[in-house]
Design a protein around this ligand. Structure first.
Ligand code: KG4
Ligand code: ZN
Length: 341
């Protein structure tokens, strides 16, 4: 049997992306990151959905061409149904329906968060990436979510810990904004932190039960700290940017690791993966690598291009669903909140 060619469509937030896989092997992955939000310091939903509308056809067209295929070769379209911004999701869902209807191609809906986790099962044409074995724990850290997920199969996942307020990515982005850094703040803080002293400043650590997280206290403590200190020393942020970033980043990493280590210990799982935009953070990656050495974990860190939003992860998640014949109907609607994984 010929291997399935699957087109993935991702439009949940501010990246318009299309990817083509042959089986689980990546043929192309095109991402148009929207620049329109930078001037506002955050994603403006209405502008995001308009930019998706402008981008979606050229992005899909490029992905198809880069893959060296034609529309007629596509055996299935996987799309992000949610969670995300409703207006943004709507563009991807409507495009998928149109193409499906015009070409008679079956559709497969994908949960964006599952997509992030299953990005660990993508292969590249020239090499096989290491895939975690089940069950594994996945630290899912993105702009909208911070979770520890116990992954028992590609389909069976349980969120065992989650943030009760802000996500880790939000903590990065909001604290960056307070320091006057551009959006998204995560990568900027990552870069500045590399030259800073992580022990210089101390910020609040949350006390929440189980494997849950909280980041709003850190955000508030960071804000108050700056407000109080800047009043006395106006150049404080400018003069200590790297130390502030390094100290903030270390606090976020400490918070993330504490619960992950606890969960791994109590669940007796040593297959550990990370996923989502924040898993691109170099400090987090080296701390995870360090812990993995100490605790004999088999650690799986996604390739950088698969950490932030991309359609390759949606396509691979769709591939697994396709194999079990789980198709979406034409009356499918996007969902801003998809509770269950
Ligand atoms: O997964 P993602 O692309 O989108 C969501 O599904 O939310 O994650 C975006 C988040 C943003 O908060 C961004 O600041 C953060 O990932 N991020 C990083 C880094 N690269 C992206 N945070 C810290 N360090 C990075 N290098
Ligand atoms: Zn995401």
């Amino acid at each position: 049997m010929e291997e399935l060619i699957i087109l993935g469509i991702e439009s949940s937030c501010d990246d318009t992306s299309a990817a083509v896989l042959r089986g689980r092997t990546l043929l192309s992955n095109v991402i148009a990151s929207q620049q329109v939000h930078v001037q506002y310091g955050g994603v403006i939903p209405e502008l995001a959905s308009r930019a998706h509308q402008q981008n979606i056809i050229p992005v899909v067209d490029t992905a198809v061409r880069d893959a060296g295929i034609t529309l007629g070769d596509i055996g299935a379209i996987a799309f992000t149904r949610g969670p995300g911004l409703l207006g943004s999701l709507l563009v991807g869902v409507s495009f998928t329906k149109g193409l499906s209807l015009a070409r008679g191609i079956p559709m497969v809906e994908v949960n964006h968060l599952k997509g992030h986790i299953l990005s660990h099962f993508i292969d590249l044409p020239d090499r096989t990436l290491p895939h975690p074995s089940f069950p594994f724990l996945c630290l899912l850290v993105s702009g909208g979510h911070t979770q520890i997920v116990e992954v028992r199969s590609w389909d069976e996942m349980e969120i065992i810990g989650t943030t009760i307020d802000d996500a880790a990515g939000e903590a990065f982005d909001k604290c960056a904004k307070v320091m006057g850094l551009p959006y998204p703040g995560g990568p900027v803080i990552d870069r500045l932190a590399q030259e800073g002293d992580p022990e210089r400043f101390r910020f609040a650590r949350p006390r929440v039960g189980g494997y849950d997280y909280s980041f709003s206290g850190l955000k508030t403590s960071f804000l108050y700290f700056l407000r109080d200190r800047v009043a006395a020393e106006p150049g404080l942020i400018e003069n200590n940017k790297s130390d502030l970033c390094a100290s903030l980043q270390k606090t976020i990493i400490d918070i993330l690791l504490k619960k992950l280590v606890l969960a791994a210990k109590e669940r007796g799982i040593r297959e550990i993966a990370a996923a989502g935009g924040v898993s691109a953070n170099s400090g987090l990656r080296s701390r995870l690598t360090e812990e993995a050495g100490r605790r004999h974990w088999n650690l799986y860190l996604p390739e950088l291009k698969f950490t932030t939003d991309n359609a390759a992860m949606i396509a691979v998640a769709g591939y697994f669903k396709y194999l079990t014949g789980q198709f979406a109907e034409l009356d499918v609607t996007p969902s801003a909140r998809v509770g269950e994984l």
